[in-house]
Design a protein around this ligand. Structure first.
Ligand code: ZN
Length: 358
């Protein structure tokens, strides 16, 4: 297939599966490939903004050499060395920083790969019974429990695919990642669409049977002036980190970390309980940063260094609330371990993405 046709098709798929039913902010990524070249979405761009000329062209051979490299043993040293290595696979006439998941995209033999985080799917990937449900609903799919995104994830998926190939003579077209999302791969665009439909249908049935379809309840704001007073109280403590603000009626904000994107945009934990300057200071002392989400008795407040950052924090808190609702159909939500939370919070690659969204 000519390169221009392939790029037009993957750009169409990116926008088709790029709205907030599938991803939020700069989340998710897409790619297409031929024998030699992988074209992948750049980091920091949203799927909805993708056009054929915006994909980063990379050498597939060079990307394949990743697994033979020796990298530093510590998390941050390794991840920045890996990011440099991945950047070295970008072809000379191409520009943009490739998605950190480029090596993972390269492991799929299929032509098109679409990676998203739909809330109902994450109801399963974040559910306590998610793995068992996945085996029942999608026996041909690969389930990968949460591991550190980036290098470790790429390595684990590559190894699991090798095993699948050995066992079944083919690799799966669906990969579900615990507390993260899913990868879908197919040689044809309509194949990608058909898999999305199959997944949405099967997960929708489970969610519906548990009476958890639809959206979480939102209570209307009852006392707007009290909410304004609370927001001013937070702003007085947070300073520049509260230059942006968004207010919503009350909904049940997740109490822990749902997935990497929720951590990146909304922080791992909301501030809850009595709203005092001392309480906010204590949160910061314990975590090393200010909260983005403040859960009040009858409202939810989101803060950030700009209105855009605050808006994204609110979007992810809401997305997390949906994931929690759907996870009730899969044994209830399972938050990410503190060890993984710390890894994501310190992840250099992710902080780059976050900067792009300011
Ligand atoms: Zn992702």
């Amino acid at each position: 297939m000519p390169e221009t046709d392939m790029l037009r098709i993957i750009a169409d798929l990116s926008r088709e599966f790029g709205d907030d039913r599938y991803v939020r902010g700069g989340g998710g990524n897409t790619s297409c490939k031929d024998e030699k070249t992988l074209w992948v979405k750049p980091s920091g761009l949203s799927l909805l903004d993708m056009t054929p000329d915006r994909f980063v062209a990379m050498s597939r051979d060079r990307l394949g050499e990743l697994y033979a490299q020796r990298f530093p043993g510590d998390d941050s040293g390794r991840e920045s060395a890996v990011a440099r290595f991945v950047a070295s696979a970008v072809l000379p006439d191409s520009k943009g920083r490739p998605s950190v998941e480029a090596p993972l995209h390269n492991s799929f033999p299929q032509r098109y790969v679409v990676h998203t985080h739909p809330p109902p799917v994450n109801g399963m990937t974040c559910g306590r019974d998610g793995e068992a449900a996945c085996a029942r609903l999608f026996p041909d799919a690969l389930w990968v429990p949460f591991v550190e995104p980036g290098y470790t994830l790429a390595k684990v998926v590559r190894e699991e695919m090798r095993k699948c190939r050995e066992l079944n003579g083919r690799v799966p077209d669906k990969v579900f990642l615990g507390n993260h999302g899913m990868f879908i791969a197919h040689d044809e665009a309509d194949g990608i669409r058909a898999i999305f439909k199959e997944v949405a249908g099967k997960i929708g049935e489970v969610v519906g049977a548990a009476g958890r379809e639809g959206e979480p309840k939102v209570r209307q704001l009852s006392d707007a002036s009290a909410v304004e007073a609370a927001a001013a109280k937070v702003a007085a403590v947070l300073g520049d980190e509260a230059k942006g603000k968004t207010v919503s009626g009350w909904f049940k904000v997740p109490a822990g970390a749902i997935s990497p994107d929720h951590i990146v945009y909304a922080r791992s934990y909301p501030y809850a309980g009595e709203l005092t300057a001392a309480g906010l200071e204590k949160y910061r002392a314990e975590r090393g940063y200010w909260p983005r989400i403040v859960a009040l008795k009858d409202a939810v407040l989101a803060f950030g260094s700009s209105d855009k950052a605050a808006g994204l924090a609110m979007e992810l808190a809401w997305d997390g609330a949906m994931v929690e609702r759907y996870a009730e159909a899969f044994g209830g939500v399972k938050y990410l371990d503190e060890r993984f939370v710390a890894f994501i919070e310190n992840w250099e690659v992710e902080s780059y993405r976050q900067k792009q969204s300011r």
